[in-house]
Ligand binder design. Structure first.
Ligand code: PLP
Length: 400
């Protein structure tokens, strides 16, 4: 008889976006004449920039000739991309990493989920609340014990240390869903905690490109000692519109070691190498050439124009909602605007209100964790026209 992983029965269905879709579908069926605008799901709307498209086309042409055909890609990424990553994402910020510490992948969702493969079941896990659901769900799937660290206006969205010493800590900054960040000093406290307790920090920097303020670290390795205690996840999805192309990378420093149960020193870099080479067969050549083009001068100029476009959307959403006397967080260093629901509405009550009365879709904060109750997430990834229309409808609704 088949024996299943029973932990799957404990996590339930992926309720949040399915429930959002169900309510939107029902609303549209009942009101076919209404124009519903979504500022909900965190997918991009702006096209991939010309420098990247050009590189993809060139790589595609190479695939059409036997002499330039590329088959299986190297498990950890082509050297041309790894070198570009090392230089532009790290060296230019004063961080020196080695080629062997970068693992190119098909995105940060896979990596943040798969990293659990190299971690034992008995780790005590600390995860900020609210959070990107992958962290909690994958640890529940593995049957690990989790402590949630509430991030609310009361603590300025800065998590306190867990009650019980954590072996593994998930930090995501700039944060999805709250749009908030940690300063260098605040992140240093976590690095110091991890070094003191021999814990591992899993640092998700998927939204690094949206940072506007100077004292906000783009990489955890800007903090001294982080190479001994942190793995960092990066993604081209929001940086360069790669949600449908699939490319990201993970940094596992060679200095990051722990002990086996027999007391032998073991390298997490070596373990991740072993894991990836066994279960992952490389990111497509064409996609990696596209990612490489992100780092060219034209690529940089073009992606920063798109990022600036989304950031302007974020500014519009934030300022217009604030002008209604509603409290808003995030939106400065992140494409997410975290709204405190007015009149003590629950997240879902607010969802129904803005859908029914203004035909706007967002994401109920409670779907990201208990501490998200009473909050609502808007994203800045819409096009400008829809963003402006959406906020003007919200203004009409809330200034009644
Ligand atoms: N990490 C966070 C915090 C995210 O919000 C997302 C996507 O929404 C991801 C990772 C996934 O990124 P990717 O598209 O690279 O899988």
């Amino acid at each position: 008889m088949i024996k299943i992983n029973e932990h799957y029965t404990e996590i339930g269905n992926n309720y949040l976006f399915a429930e959002v879709a169900r309510r939107v579908r029902e609303y549209k069926a009942a009101h076919p004449d209404k124009n519903v605008i979504s500022l909900g799901i965190g997918d991009v709307t702006q096209p991939i920039v010309p420098a990247v498209i050009e590189a993809i086309n060139k790589a595609t042409a190479e695939m059409s000739k036997a002499e330039t055909l590329r088959g299986y890609a190297p498990d950890f990424g082509y050297d041309f991309l790894v070198q570009a990553i090392l230089k532009h994402d790290f060296l230019e910020r004063g961080v020196q990493l080695k080629t062997s510490e970068i693992f190119v992948s098909d995105g940060a969702k896979s990596d943040t989920g798969n990293i659990g493969d190299i971690l034992g079941k008995d780790n005590y896990i600390a995860i900020t609340d609210p959070a990107y659901p992958v962290y909690v769900d994958t640890n529940k799937m593995a049957g690990r014990e989790i402590e949630l660290l509430p991030c609310t206006p009361e603590n300025d969205f800065v998590p306190s240390f867990p009650k019980k010493t954590a072996d593994v800590i998930y930090l995501c900054y700039p944060n999805n869903p709250t749009g908030t960040v940690l300063s260098k000093d605040q992140l240093k406290k976590w690095v110091d905690y991890a070094l003191e307790h021999k814990s591992l920090i899993l640092f998700d920097a998927a939204y690094e490109a949206f940072i506007s303020q100077p004292n906000v670290p783009h990489s955890i390795y800007e903090i001294d000692g982080a190479k001994k205690c942190a793995i960092e996840f990066r993604s081209f999805s929001k940086t360069a519109g790669f949600t449908g192309m699939r490319c990201g990378y993970t940094v596992v420093p060679e200095e990051l070691t722990t002990l086996t149960s027999k007391g032998e020193v073991i390298s997490l870099n070596a373990m991740w190498k072993r894991r990836q080479s066994t279960k992952f067969n490389g990111t497509a050549y064409i996609v990696q050439r596209g990612a490489e083009a992100v780092y060219t001068p034209e690529g940089q100029k073009q992606i920063h124009e798109v990022i600036a476009y989304y950031k302007e959307n974020a500014r519009i959403i934030k300022e217009e909602i604030e002008s209604l006397g509603i409290t808003v967080y995030g939106g400065i260093n992140a494409p997410y605007i975290w709204v405190k629901t007015p009149n003590n509405l629950t997240s879902w009550e607010f969802f129904d209100l803005v859908l029914n009365e203004a035909q706007i879709v967002g994401t109920p904060g409670s779907g990201f964790g208990t501490a998200g109750e009473g909050f609502f997430r808007f994203t800045a990834f819409g096009n400008r026209e829809n963003t402006i229309e959406a906020v003007s409808r919200l203004k009409k609704l809330f200034s009644k």
